[in-house]
Design a protein around this ligand. Structure first.
Ligand code: AP5
Length: 224
């Protein structure tokens, strides 16, 4: 059966992680988030984490060569051979070309690049209220998606904190970087006929329903 290879694209705070968390359960796909992988490397003090930290703290992108190698290693693992959800990768045209080359070599292709569209002012509202848990990074929002007990993760009981790069001045830089370096991927995937636009301003449940309906259509069209 053809595989489902999904990419989530969108500005910081668009809801990529929130939706990926739901989609991975719907379709039993491995969830590969380069931001989470980098944060784990920073926490563990690896050489990759040390090289990435200064870029992440400033809201800049980590250099392509480091990211491409990390993502390619992850995609070679057995669980990603029959499909995947990529969140936060690719983020530059060079990364998209490297991913295409990697998949081409294996006779694979991207099934859909899902663009979550959310205006900048909404991004700032969402990110300023985001809290993540210290154990696994589960995301909450103080207003839109609060935990049952304030300051504690519903899933694993660990304390909730604000991400270092969620401070207002860093968020402004992340948005600028998105528009300058990641937005060109919209044309890249549109040219390949796999771009799908999603209104990310709806509620998390409504966005999820929209994406599921879209994937159901893709399955009918492609026999995925
Ligand atoms: P990364 O971790 O990928 O961050 P990001 O892309 O900026 O995305 P976020 O995690 O901030 O947002 P999200 O879209 O997942 O939103 P979420 O679902 O949490 O990257 C971090 C850094 O790592 C980068 O800056 C860079 O330095 C580096 N990096 C990573 N990948 C790289 C790459 N490929 N190349 C180079 N560098 C790389 O939702 C946000 C909030 O809104 C939450 O509180 C949530 O509860 C709430 N929310 C979600 N959906 C809704 C909704 N529909 N309505 C209301 N609230 C909502």
């Amino acid at each position: 059966m053809p595989e489902l290879n999904l990419i989530l694209i969108g500005p910081p705070g668009a809801g990529k992680g929130t939706q990926a968390d739901r989609l991975r359960h719907d379709f039993s796909l491995p969830y590969i988030a380069t931001g989470d992988m980098l944060r784990a490397n920073v926490k563990d003090g690896t050489s990759l984490g040390k090289a990435a930290k200064q870029h992440m703290d400033a809201g800049d992108l980590v250099p392509d060569d480091l990211i491409v190698e990390m993502a390619a290693d992850r995609l070679r693992q057995d669980d990603a051979r029959d499909g995947f959800i990529l969140d936060g990768f690719p983020r530059t045209t060079a990364q998209a070309e490297a991913l295409e080359e990697h998949l081409d070599e294996e006779g694979r292709r991207v099934t859909a690049a899902l663009l979550l569209e959310v205006p900048d002012e909404e991004v700032v509202r969402r990110i300023s209220g985001r809290r993540i848990c210290t154990k696994a990074g589960h995301p909450f929002h103080v207003e839109f998606d609060p935990p049952k007990v304030e300051g504690i993760c519903d899933e694993d009981g660990s304390p909730l904190i604000q991400r270092d790069d969620d401070k207002p001045e860093v968020v402004r830089n992340r948005l600028r970087v998105f528009h300058e370096q990641t937005f060109p991927l919209v044309e890249f995937y549109d040219d390949r006929g796999v771009l799908r636009r999603i209104d990310g301003t709806d509620s998390p449940a409504a966005v999820h329903d929209h994406i599921r309906a879209l994937i159901a259509t893709l399955k009918l069209e492609d026999g995925v």
